[in-house]
Design a protein around this ligand. Structure first.
Ligand code: CAO
Length: 553
């Protein structure tokens, strides 16, 4: 086992480049050609590979250090034949020689030979310049389109190998007549990028970078001197670049993000100058998986069900409605977008079952009407909903599972009784929460409900007004319907739907009697509540509403 120095190979014309990423640490086993560090100049970022396989003994550079050709990156304990030739003992200088370096691991955009040849008097062809020893580099960003005016040296596309990324500049000024590449294309030196219409450069020469300027084993190619028309490459990931450009990250980190499907533009970089590290990508992935964050694509999908891909469904139908008649397009209100996303999540994630029942409210309705008469002057109107809220509190006390929330594998039982009620507003559905309903009488509940409903319609509900609910009630009784399936307002585990009460003939054992019947639709989370418990809860509600004295029991 011998210790060898791994040095920075020939990095072309670059004097000093900054170390921006350490990819290994002492004790790590590395393979020959495995990237050790990432360095960055103002022209490109590149990874410096190991010339040997072995175990990292000591790192000789740290973040921010400036290195150049010959700088020692680390000491490596190399094993076996692999180490024989270049060990300091056997060939002292060999380890620092570019010739000993493996095939190029990084590259820089060449200034040089952006081969530019006039295609006609006014048409100019822009080709891929010398990009070093790399072959088939992928186009990962197209920054211009046909019709755009471009200046000399303006970046046209970004290409990426597995080790480096770079922007390819235009070798001439003009208007893009035709783009010859698209995302995903694989490019090589000399490939035609675009045809420009406009001012031909002073001396457009289709010259490839001289091979001599690009040593066979050199890690970088930079052939500025050979370029009659300098077409300088710019950093692929300039942190000061305007928004919408590629994020600041090394090629390996971007490759890693692509493999995970992470949208790098949404990841916050913790590295120098906001550079995105592998740990940042992992952190982003963890928070999305834990549900603590959403990608922009997920948020955009949420309200409408999106393209269905997240559920493995076929795409949402795209219809050109104008083919069938005149249409008007209106954006969803803010409330609709928010409530839609919540309803969708709850519908998809909570296994709902709805239990339908009826309550005989004949006597209660008579009492309600009498109460309203007595309190005419108070300005407080009592509706059936206030009685139902009180009855629900009583049912929650009797069936505590309905006043619980799922928290992982546990149930959190609430000792308070806050009842949410769905309120229809011009902008959409909101659910204000009436707090401590167990401590309030029917008149106070009616008054507070009226105030909350007004606040809701005026768009003045604060977030505190809508938090802390135990169970919700959705009353469509003032409108109509017989029964419906209300959607649970998670993390609550049940919701009670009220439909329009109607006079019905009810058999009393001897005869049919006209009774006022209120339909009750109880949706429950079947993970927490069994069907029998739901039937008992609903039946109990019916009994309480039929004889309100039961609330006192
Ligand atoms: N059966 C028959 N009539 C009923 C009734 C019922 N179950 N519930 C209420 N009514 C009557 C009331 O007595 C009142 O009659 P009068 O005008 O003759 O006095 C009328 O319907 C209107 O009541 P209201 O709506 O003003 O009062 P409320 O307390 O019943 O409801 C509120 C308040 C805010 C819940 C309600 O206005 C509302 O917004 N409901 C819609 C809720 C909703 O959209 N749910 C769906 C959510 S899921 O998409």
């Amino acid at each position: 086992m011998s210790v060898i120095e791994i040095k920075v190979p020939d990095i072309g014309d670059f004097d000093e480049v900054a170390v921006i990423e350490l990819l290994v640490k002492p004790g790590d086993s590395v393979a020959a050609e495995q990237s050790l560090i990432t360095v960055e100049s103002d022209k490109a970022s590149m990874e410096i590979p190991s010339s040997h396989a072995g175990v990292v003994k000591e790192l000789k550079v740290k973040l921010g250090d400036k290195v150049k050709e010959g700088s020692v990156v680390l000491l490596l304990e190399a094993a076996g034949a692999d180490a024989a030739a270049p060990t300091p003992a056997a060939a002292p200088a060999a380890s620092s020689k570019p010739a000993a370096a493996p095939a190029p691991q990084a590259q820089v955009a060449t200034n040089a030979a952006a081969p530019t040849a006039p295609a006609s008097a006014s048409l100019i062809e822009v080709h891929v310049p010398d990009i070093g020893d790399f072959k088939d580099v992928a186009v990962i960003e197209v920054m211009v389109k046909a019709g755009d005016s471009v200046k000399v040296e303006q970046s046209l596309i970004t290409v990426e190998s597995d080790k480096a990324s770079m922007e390819i500049p235009s070798s001439a000024a003009g208007v893009i007549k035709e783009l010859k590449v698209k995302l995903g294309d694989k490019l090589n030196i000399g490939d035609l990028l675009a045809i420009l219409e406009g001012v031909a450069p002073a001396a457009a020469v289709a010259t490839a970078a001289p091979a001599s300027a690009s040593p066979a084993a050199a890690a970088l190619v930079a052939t500025t001197t050979a370029a009659p028309v300098p077409a300088a490459a710019v950093p692929a990931h300039d942190p000061s670049a305007p928004q919408g450009r590629l994020p600041h990250a090394s090629p390996s980190v971007r490759k890693f993000a692509r493999e995970l499907g992470v949208p790098l533009a949404e990841v916050k970089g913790s590295g120098p100058k906001g550079r995105i590290t592998q740990a940042d990508v992992q952190g982003f992935t963890r928070s999305v998986m834990a549900g603590a964050a959403q990608t922009q694509a997920q948020s955009a999908r949420a309200p409408s069900g999106g393209d269905g891909a997240a559920l493995g469904l076929i795409p949402w139908p795209k219809v050109d409605f104008t083919k069938f008649g005149t249409v008007e397009r209106k954006d969803l209100s803010r409330i609709k977008k928010l409530s839609g996303a919540n309803l969708h999540r709850n519908w998809v994630m909570v296994p709902h079952v709805t239990n339908n029942d009826e309550a005989d409210i004949t006597e209660l309705e008579a009492f309600r009407v009498a109460t309203n008469k007595e309190n005419e002057k108070s300005g407080v109107k009592v509706t059936m909903l206030a009685f139902v809220i009180k009855a629900v509190v009583s049912a929650l006390k009797k069936f505590p599972d309905f006043n619980a929330s799922l928290d992982g594998d546990a149930l959190v039982y609430k000792q308070y009784f806050n009842i949410g009620f769905a309120a229809d507003t011009p902008n959409g559905l909101v659910v204000p929460v009436l707090k401590d309903a167990d401590k309030k009488g029917i008149l106070q509940i009616s008054q507070e409900m009226g105030e909350l409903a007004k606040k809701a319609r005026d768009g003045k509900l604060g977030s505190a007004d809508m938090q802390g609910g135990c169970i919700s009630i959705s009353s469509l009784g003032g409108i109509g319907g017989t029964h419906f399936t209300p959607i649970i307002n998670a993390p609550e585990v049940a919701i009670l739907g009220l439909s329009k009460s109607q006079m019905k003939p009810v058999w009393d054992g001897k005869q049919f009697m006209p009774r006022l019947v209120l339909p009750l639709s109880l949706s429950y989370d079947h993970r927490v509540i069994d069907g029998a418990a739901a039937a008992r809860f609903n039946a109990y509600l019916g009994q309480v509403l039929a004889d309100f004295r039961r609330v006192l029991l």
